[in-house]
Design a protein around this ligand. Sequence first.
Ligand code: KG4
Ligand code: ZN
Length: 341
Amino acid sequence: MNILAIETSCDETSASVAANGTKVKSVVISSQADIHAKFFGVVPELASRAHIANINPVIFEAMQRAGVSFEDFEKKIDAIAFTSGPGLAGALLVGAIAAKSLASVYNKPLIPVNHLEGHLYSAFLEHKGVKPPFLSVIVSGGHTELIIVKDFGKYKFLGGTRDDAAGEAFDKAAKMLGLSYPGGPVIDKRADSGNPKAVNFTRPYLKGTWDFSFSGIKTALLNYLKANPVKNEKHLNDICASFRQAVAETLCFKAFEAAKEFNLKQISLGGGVCANSLIRKMFLSEGRKNKIKVFIPSILYCTDNAAMIGCAAYLKQLGCGLKYTAEQLKPKPSLQLENWI
Ligand code: KG4
Ligand code: ZN
């Protein structure tokens, strides 16, 4: 089954064509990072406008790279998937309208996909071994969640952040340090040249719950900087390394505690923050120590992309069929993760 997938939940306009979920024929991602950089965060109205400008070229390019034209669309594409939520209302609307328009014109079924399900199944794009039950760790700019995937489309939500998401903490820390947006990749790069033991930032383990709280680490950084303004490049790199260490240890500790508690032998990561080099290393190394298999998508599939939406859509239609036509679906900015079956 060939699915054309569209993702526009935040600040990446993306389209992808894939066969049977994981055979990715094309994935095109147009990032708006430059537009939002001067505001140190995504400005919803600017995001919507950029999606409007980018959506058609991105879809055309994804079709072209996959060898699909409008003439043979009907023959070569079986369904259209799109991110229906959660996300920014205006941004979601652009993707939903594009998907619905194509579905109406070519009379194709539509598959609405929860953005978190995209991240949750992103490791499936390249790793054949991952199979439910597994622990999904979703770490992005808007989410930090621990979810048990009991089966495809059957979820148990264990915990999430009570305040800032992990990516948000990286982005805010970068702003405090005078670095650019998005903060995660910049801090990651500097941290490679710094000493992770230079500053002992708090690790908010929140014992007795599966929740996270990253605003404490952020406040610890703020207080540290008030008392110790950045002196030079080396000092800056040391702070980045210490901050990254605190976030990585917190995520890794909680995830492995949860996997052990619920006797899960596989952990799958998804979301922009799992592009972090230390988080990747730490999870893989803890996995080896604890005999738990760890699956991490390649960097391309960590941040928002339409290939992961297509993959989730394929699995979803296997589980609950193709139910929707263009008239039935609205974008849902606060969409919750729901069981398919
Ligand atoms: O998944 P994503 O593209 O968008 C959301 O769904 O939120 O994640 C974006 C987030 C940003 O906060 C960014 O700073 C973070 O992922 N990020 C990273 C790295 N690369 C991106 N955080 C830490 N280390 C990285 N290398
Ligand atoms: Zn995302």
